[in-house]
Design a protein around this ligand. Structure first.
Ligand code: SF4
Ligand code: SF4
Length: 460
């Protein structure tokens, strides 16, 4: 496909319309360069333009009118960025990079001419499919039938996916859970409850990896807590925010606030979840809805109650399993846990509470694995390079299990470890703790093995 040259496009000086990058935030960058070593795209390319400092300079240049908003180089850099927030975590000037790149993408979405089919594909995939939790459960049910009917094995044997250029995508599909977790239909009760939490289900954890959420329910009940999954909750909106579709993201945020207020009118129960990327998005509802007079204060209160499951466990004191669970693990840090939520000690505290478990740290544990929402679907070369780098580090530890805390990372690790021929299994941290308690049902199995095609169909 021909790449648009700058001369083909209308000249668009500066930002206009809603959702512009905040000028004060942009000008907070003092160009020190301390963020460069932590940026995965800079590490892979060595180019200033592919660094946080380079991207911030471009965003500021657009604001100043010295760079056109529709310059293809600007577009390329705003979307080459993984929005991993590693730069934000190390910036001494406190540059809040995430909302800046998200606003820059929102500007591109508003002003960039796109082919009709591209707009339609985005609207269908990101807007329509993720706009209603029932639709996602329907798609996952169809995937489950595809995998369990033998059709998937047939497609793979016949090389059909390769013939239509979808082999990589097909291989990324993890085995889906036998049953989705439908909000309002399952709950967990402690023998003596001292607390109550609301589980935020999330699109992927409530469907493909529903048994991870069930493990979280059991684990929290073991830790003295009643767990409910409020009905009416929807996708968190992270995917829409990262794609610059802030309007649909705000709609989802409002619906989630309504659902959780209805389930807990006092607004006192922590909102706990097992997906790092979604947790980061929920913690930023206050920012997302700051200009909505009907929701701004409610969004702030909602965000203040959100806890990653490892954060919640570490804050309540973890009930240690009463017998050893001898396993060696290494920990891959999800970007949105380590950088966006700044939770690095808590996941390790959970693992340290398990007697017999040995944690072997991998190199570059918090460098992005290349998953980044749908980045590993739409930008495969960079995503694959980062995934291979991560898989090599994980394999080098010799650990039996690679532990993580985000569905996107689990899927990316699965394909990367598979490419590397590694037999390492992948588990969510709460699955490890659940297994150590001995509470998981017979049918439960780890998130995935690193060898696509070699794992049982009925995992999580
Ligand atoms: S974003 Fe922060 S760390 Fe990076 S160059 Fe700017 S001020 Fe320095
Ligand atoms: S968000 Fe990640 S990929 Fe993007 S500039 Fe920052 S460190 Fe680099």
């Amino acid at each position: 496909m021909a790449v648009a040259s700058i001369t083909d496009l209308p000249v668009t000086r500066g930002y206009s319309g809603p959702d512009q990058p905040d000028d004060d935030l942009l000008r907070a960058c003092v160009h020190c360069g301390m963020c460069l070593p932590s940026c995965p795209t800079y590490r892979m390319t060595g180019q200033e333009a592919s660094s946080p400092r380079g991207r911030l300079w471009m965003m500021k240049s657009v604001a100043d009118g010295t760079l056109d908003l529709l310059d293809p180089a600007f577009d390329e850099q705003m979307y080459q960025c993984l929005n991993c927030r590693a730069c934000e975590a190390v910036c001494p000037s406190g540059v809040h990079y995430g909302p800046l790149v998200e606003a820059a993408r929102a500007q591109l979405e508003q002003h960039r001419p796109r082919p009709v089919w591209q707009r339609a594909a985005r609207e269908i995939l990101i807007g329509w499919l993720f706009g209603e939790a029932n639709r996602m459960r329907g798609l996952v049910a169809a995937t489950r039938a595809y995998q369990r009917s033998g059709l998937q094995a047939l497609v793979r044997r016949a090389g059909l996916a390769r013939m239509v250029g979808m082999a990589d995508l097909e291989e990324m599909l993890p085995p889906v859970a036998a049953r989705s977790l439908v909000p309002g239909q399952e709950r967990w009760r402690a023998s003596v409850a001292t607390d109550r939490v609301m589980l935020f289900n999330t699109c992927m954890m409530g469907t493909v990896f529903a048994d991870v959420n069930r493990a979280a329910g059991r684990v929290m009940a073991r830790n003295g807590c009643d767990v409910d999954v409020p009905a009416g909750q929807q996708c968190c909106g992270a995917l829409q925010v990262h794609a610059g579709m802030l309007g649909p993201a705000r709609d989802l945020a409002r619906r989630n606030i309504d659902a959780f207020e209805a389930a807990d009118p006092d607004g006192t129960a922590p909102i706990v979840l097992t997906a790092a990327g979604c947790g980061a998005a929920l913690k930023e509802y206050g920012f997302l809805l700051k200009d909505d007079p009907g929701y701004a204060a409610r969004a702030e209160r909602f965000s203040a109650r959100v806890r990653d499951v490892t954060e919640w466990l570490a804050s309540t004191g973890i009930v240690a399993p009463d017998r050893p669970y001898p396993v060696t693990v290494t920990y891959q840090e999800p970007c949105h846990l380590a950088h966006a939520q700044r939770l690095t000690a808590e996941p390790r505290q959970v693992l340290a509470a398990i007697p017999g478990l040995r944690l072997i740290e991998m190199a570059e544990s918090s460098l992005c694995c290349g998953s980044a929402g749908i980045y590993n679907i739409i930008r495969r070369p960079m995503a694959n390079d980062l995934g291979d780098r991560k898989a090599a580090h994980a394999a080098r530890t010799g650990a039996e299990v690679v532990v993580t805390a985000n569905p996107g990372c689990a899927m990316q690790l699965r394909t990367s470890l598979g490419r590397a021929g590694s037999p390492q299994r992948i588990m969510h941290i709460v699955e490890v703790l659940d297994a150590a308690y001995g509470d998981e049902p017979e049918s439960a199995a780890p998130l995935a093995s690193g060898t696509p095609g070699a794992m049982p169909g009925a995992v999580v």
